[in-house]
Design a protein around this ligand. Structure first.
Ligand code: PGA
Length: 243
């Protein structure tokens, strides 16, 4: 595991942006694994700016998003498909046919199977992750087996509260109770993984990831065994580390 410690969210976003931009420049037909949530927003702005100013092209890039809320159509303003369009895709020259986000409003098992088949045929070159305050990656909540593939999952109360604070205008009842998420095995199959964690509320999860043995009670902890894992943390997220 490579740890990049930076001062704040802006610096963390810069570092992650550079890794993703370089990936696309070096391999224009890269397969990127993408994430939603508040963390990647600034990094996506930087990618959009770089595309506009320097012309980095996404014409041949394919993307796979980690997860989607169950029950929300892609056109729903709180869906993750909509999030990706608004924060990134509409600013790039990416072909929307090359963009993959699990569909939360379809026959759920058929959709999980479809996503798993696509992932099996398309190894992700570079996977972006955030981390939940409870240590989840994607929507793999504590207790999810490390060998899980794309599946339907009930969201933890803490996750729904975290997401209500940032999205859904603060209304907990509006946050879906279930989601579809890539499994931990799918995430671990990416060639390279980059996780960004910022803020004090991530410090306990980051301490567990960096200092403890992998345990399913902290899903992100398995990443310490990934052969090419980069952790980008700001001072808040690093504040509970012993070393
Ligand atoms: P956040 O969510 O970026 O909004 O903190 C991260 C996550 O839940 O994975």
């Amino acid at each position: 595991m490579k740890v990049i410690k930076v001062k704040n969210y802006e610096e963390a976003s810069q570092k992650a942006f550079e890794i993703f931009r370089d990936q696309v420049k070096e391999k224009p037909d890269s397969i990127l694994g993408l994430a939603t949530g508040s963390t990647p927003i600034r990094m996506y702005e930087l990618l959009a700016e770089d595309h506009k100013v320097n012309g980095t092209s996404y014409k041949n890039v394919h993307t796979f998003n980690l997860d989607e809320y169950y029950g929300l159509a892609p056109t729903h303003p709180q869906s993750y498909y909509y999030f990706m369009t608004e924060h990134l895709f509409k600013f790039l020259d990416i072909d929307l046919n090359n963009v993959n986000v699990p569909k939360g409003n379809q026959d759920i098992q058929a959709e999980c199977d479809r996503y798993n088949t696509m992932l099996a045929e398309n190894q992700i070159d570079l996977q972006l992750l955030g981390i939940g305050s409870n240590g989840h990656i994607g929507f793999n909540e504590p207790g999810t087996p490390f060998d899980s593939v794309t599946h339907y999952i009930e969201l933890d109360e803490s996750t729904r509260k975290d997401n209500a604070r940032l999205f859904f205008d603060g209304v907990l009842e509006d946050v879906p109770t279930h989601a579809v998420t890539m499994g931990i095995k799918n995430i671990m199959e990416a060639k390279r993984v980059v996780l960004i964690a910022c803020g004090d509320n991530k410090a306990t999860a980051i301490k567990g990831l960096v200092e403890d043995e992998p345990t399913t009670s902290l899903p992100a902890s398995i990443l310490s065994t990934h052969p090419d894992f980069t952790l980008i943390i700001d001072e808040g997220a690093a504040s509970k580390l012993d070393k």
